[in-house]
Write a protein that binds this ligand. Structure first.
Ligand code: URA
Length: 235
């Protein structure tokens, strides 16, 4: 097994985090530092240390979905002392990490797991897992503006990925839309609407692939059910 997969399965974090550990020389195999991302581990024989501690792949994986409220960050620590999603999971299922992130002011569906290889797949663009957001903006939106979002807005000369966009409801002073995107660039939905000069009042993720937020209350979490786990195993 490749070293990055091994470490991800040991619950050491996302693909990026694991690769950083390797490149930074924090990983030793049989006493020697390994910095090659493609290094092959013999799971039966090799002793793998990260920061001088033995790590082994976790056999009992945990998969949770959380309805993140606005006002929480997705990292485990924050220099500014803001609340984190881990404050919402008190029996701190050790080493659970979020699959991707939502901004401080964004709410909705977050998956948490200690299964690094799943986190790797779900965050990798080649797997193209669609995420759906409910977006509420101030005022109205023209069909031509929706068309710009669908084609991929151009931000500072660079075209952002295409999106599927539908207006769900037009109210007197606001409009509710559904936005579906495959990629998860940093603050992608907010940047898309910034580019067409619209102010977002609410941004909420309601689906990742076939996993839906459903009726999960704000701030609550629960384990994925058998159908959801089966879906993840087939990605
Ligand atoms: N797009 C955003 O702008 N923010 C998120 O948190 C997720 C997607």
């Amino acid at each position: 097994m490749r070293i990055n997969k091994y470490l991800a399965q040991a619950g050491l974090g996302s693909r990026r985090k694991v690769e950083e550990l390797i490149v930074d020389g924090k990983v030793k195999v049989n006493g020697k530092v390994v910095t090659e991302l493609s290094y092959q581990i013999n799971e039966k024989k090799d002793v793998v240390l990260v920061n001088e501690k033995i790590v082994k792949p976790v056999s009992q994986f945990v998969y949770l979905k959380l309805n993140k409220p606005k006002g929480y960050i997705c990292s485990s620590h924050d220099e500014k002392g803001r609340k984190t999603i881990y404050d919402l999971i008190p029996d701190a299922k050790s080493r659970l990490f979020s699959v991707g992130r939502l901004d401080y002011n964004t709410e909705g569906l977050i998956l948490l797991t200690n299964d690094g290889s799943l986190a790797y797949k779900l965050s990798h663009p080649t797997y193209e897992v669609e995420k759906e957001y409910i977006v509420v903006i101030e005022g109205k939106i023209k069909e031509s503006e929706c068309a710009v979002l669908r084609a991929g807005v151009v931000e500072k000369g660079v075209r952002m990925p295409e999106a599927k966009v539908d207006v769900i409801e037009v109210l007197k002073d606001r409009t509710r839309l559904s936005v579906r995107i495959d990629e998860g660039q940093n603050r992608q939905v907010r940047r898309m609407f910034d580019c067409i000069g619209k102010t977002i009042i609410l941004l909420k993720r309601v689906r990742i692939g076939e996993i839906k937020l459903g009726g999960l209350a704000r701030g609550k979490y629960k384990e994925l059910n058998a159908d959801e786990l089966l879906y993840l195993s087939r990605i």
